[in-house]
Design a protein around this ligand. Structure first.
Ligand code: DX5
Ligand code: ZN
Length: 221
């Protein structure tokens, strides 16, 4: 029930294919791919050609996080290069509902990301359409930042809102997730866990095993 989505933003790009094979073998459930446009967030990362290349070396579902203004323009392109799940930011879409429908029309799972300052209530009317919600636990744009503790309350608010509305949506968290804060994040209601530095810093195999152990402990409660 808990899923780990390693963020390749923290990978060594000189041997990206190898690193992806390594996370897959070590038990990653998804692969988190951060696409940054230099407008919505201050940095540019990578886009379709990279996704198309790594699609050839991995069977993992591609969890593509678009930190891109007006992402509705690119949804068909991301499907074509191999995305399975597409996340758009609430703050980046003029027509969020239309963007979500477009993702689903292309046969991908649809998620909406919320920046730390955006309250979960903005999703009230669209929640039944979503497969998952991504709660940013840092301000988007960079890997290796410090987890913002106030986002724990937001994860709880979102779990409550889903229950109130009688809808099921996975809750993904992204940014500054460590072995130390992971138990609190899961207790608050998150079940899809993105981790960059925590997976790629040091021995990938050991790091993934350590995350999976925390998952198991939580599942046994
Ligand atoms: C930040 C990205 C994250 C980032 C996470 O804008 O969306 O996915 O790579 O990296 P860590 O886990 O190192 O904070
Ligand atoms: Zn991300």
């Amino acid at each position: 029930m808990y899923q780990l989505s390693p963020s390749i933003l923290s990978a060594d790009f000189s041997c990206l294919g190898e690193q992806i094979r390594c996370v897959e073998k070590a038990g990653a459930d998804l692969l988190h791919i951060d696409v940054m446009d230099g407008c919505f967030v201050p940095r540019i990362s990578y886009g379709m050609p990279v996704i198309e290349s790594i699609r050839k070396v991995s069977e993992l579902p591609f969890d593509v996080h678009l930190m891109v203004d007006e992402p509705i323009r690119f949804i068909a392109d991301f499907k074509a290069c191999g995305a399975d799940m597409l996340t758009v930011h609430y703050e980046a879409c003029k027509h969020l509902h239309a963007a979500v429908l477009e993702i689903k029309k292309h046969g991908m799972k649809a998620g909406v990301a919320l920046n730390p300052a955006t309250p979960v209530e903005v999703l009230k009317y669209i929640l039944p359409e979503l497969d998952y919600v991504l709660i940013m636990t840092v301000n988007p744009g960079f890997g290796g930042q410090k987890f913002l503790p106030m986002t724990l309350g937001k994860i709880k608010d979102l779990s409550r809102l889903c229950k109130e509305l009688g809808v099921f949506a996975d809750i993904e968290v992204d940014g500054g997730i460590t072995l130390e804060n992971l138990p609190d994040v899961m207790a608050a209601g998150a079940n899809m866990i993105v981790a960059g530095t925590t997976v790629f810093g040091g021995c990938i195999k050991d790091n993934i095993a350590a995350v999976k152990e925390v998952f198991q402990k939580r599942s046994a409660l």
